[in-house]
Design a protein around this ligand. Structure first.
Ligand code: AMP
Length: 418
């Protein structure tokens, strides 16, 4: 059954408890906290406008940072209320708490189409513990529940799950916002019966983070292309030398099982045939975590299967890019999660950028549906200024990955069915 969405509602005159993702980056400037990127606020506007148009009375809840149950002034949502008012072009009331009588009064005084933003819900520890008493207090202002915060839906917190359960118990509707609807469509429905060939690109640091996704997608994909450090665990499992490359030695059995499953299911499973390798040299400098900063010296392309003992693989090479691009040029559906190398360093972003280009070409020239499954691949596409040239970019990090694994997200499970 499909999830109920805001399109199915008529919230005229009702108090709509709307969970949004306003976890925006803030910077202190001249004693005030200033929003440095308002994308997350902008993205909620269609949902807000739809509910305002219907005459709903909107009570917005969100978290900001990790205040760990304390009223941390630098993590107040007050600047967000001002920004939202600017963007919506209407008044946005702000309550300096998220529960209590004052909040209830403000919510009850809202006219149809009125908007109230509540203070950071994580000022209370009970939010993350999904405390039922706290959820009841939040739910006091909720006739209808809407969740538009996909990135927080993998957590069963009071505002993402508890309140929805209470509203549903009372017979109220719980719906997905427009953003959430898109996430469920592209990461869910579209991948259930994808147009073929369906090509999956996976990269990033660890096999262990993505093995469940690999396993699930091996049941659906026609081809899986592996890059990033993850590839070296596969190479190690196949008996090759990987030098100083980042690997998970205890995950080679998992890698071998995936390779065997690919063979059994006749899924094309491509690993890099060449790599950019470097000599990692420890410096005296320490990073934020107090670890020695590594200087990557002498980057060059390496076409042999075994990486020399003192060297490290940091990106896929040109022959691999050519192979991957060839497969992508025939794809009708593409799912990408994880960069092909240490893309944060410009010198090692070549592979990731080339794959981004191939994904964009397949989308623009061949009409392939390209779905970017969140996290660093989204960052990489934005960095290459190609974000608007793919079909869909997920806003969730951990939530996207869990959803792609096939997990039932608590924040989604709590929503009503159509
Ligand atoms: P993930 O969050 O699993 O998608 O991993 C993203 C991280 O993987 C990025 O910070 C990349 O720098 C890192 N990464 C990708 N390729 C490599 C590599 N060859 N060696 C080390 N780290 C890598």
């Amino acid at each position: 059954m499909a999830t109920l969405t805001v399109r199915d509602l008529n919230v005229s005159g009702k108090r709509v408890f709307l969970r949004v993702d306003y976890n925006v980056p803030l910077e202190e400037q001249g004693g005030a906290m200033v929003i440095t990127d308002a994308t997350r606020i902008v993205e909620t506007l269609p949902t807000l406008r739809l509910l305002i148009q219907q005459g709903g009375r909107l009570i917005l809840t969100a978290h900001l940072g990790r205040p760990k149950g304390k009223r941390e002034p630098s993590m107040s949502l007050r600047p967000v209320a001002a920004k939202l008012a600017d963007l919506l072009g209407c008044n946005v009331n702000f309550a300096d708490d998220c529960i209590g009588e004052a909040v209830e009064k403000m919510a009850n005084a809202l006219p149809p189409g009125g908007v109230l933003l509540l203070e950071n819900v994580r000022y209370y520890n009970e939010e993350e513990t999904n405390d039922p008493v706290f959820a009841e207090k939040l739910a006091k202002v909720a006739d209808v529940y809407v969740n538009d915060a996909f990135g927080a839906a993998h957590r069963a917190h009071a505002s993402t799950e508890g309140v929805a359960r209470i509203v549903a118990k009372r017979g109220g509707q719980c719906a997905a916002g427009l953003l959430m609807e898109r996430e469920l469509k592209f990461l869910g429905e579209e991948l259930e019966n994808p147009a073929r060939p369906f090509v999956v690109i996976l990269g990033g640091a660890k096999v262990s983070d993505k093995i469940k996704v690999i396993d699930r997608l091996l049941e659906k994909a026609d081809a899986i292309l592996i890059g990033g450090a993850m590839a070296y665990t596969f190479k190690l499992a196949q008996g090759f030398k990987v030098g100083q490359s980042l690997v998970e030695k205890d995950k080679t059995d998992v890698a071998l099982a995936a390779l065997a499953k690919a063979k059994q299911r006749d899924v094309q499973f491509l690993l890099p045939v060449d790599n950019t390798i470097v000599t990692p040299v420890k410096t005296e400098k320490l990073d934020k975590k107090g670890r020695a900063v590594i200087d990557f010296q002498n980057p060059h392309n390496w076409t042999e299967s075994n990486i020399p003992d003192a060297e490290e693989g940091v990106d896929i090479g040109p022959a691999t890019v050519a192979q991957f691009s060839e497969v992508l040029s025939k794809a009708k559906t593409i799912l990408w999660n994880g960069p092909m190398g240490i893309f944060e360093d410009k010198r090692f972003a070549t592979g990731t950028n080339a794959v981004a280009r191939a994904v964009v070409d397949a989308t623009q020239k061949n009409g392939a549906k390209s779905i970017i499954g969140g996290g660093d691949s989204v960052k990489a596409l934005n960095q290459a200024k190609l974000g608007d040239k793919v079909t869909f970019m997920s806003t969730g990090g951990g939530a996207s990955l869990e959803f792609l694994e096939g997990a039932v997200l608590p924040g989604v499970a709590a929503l009503s069915e159509k």
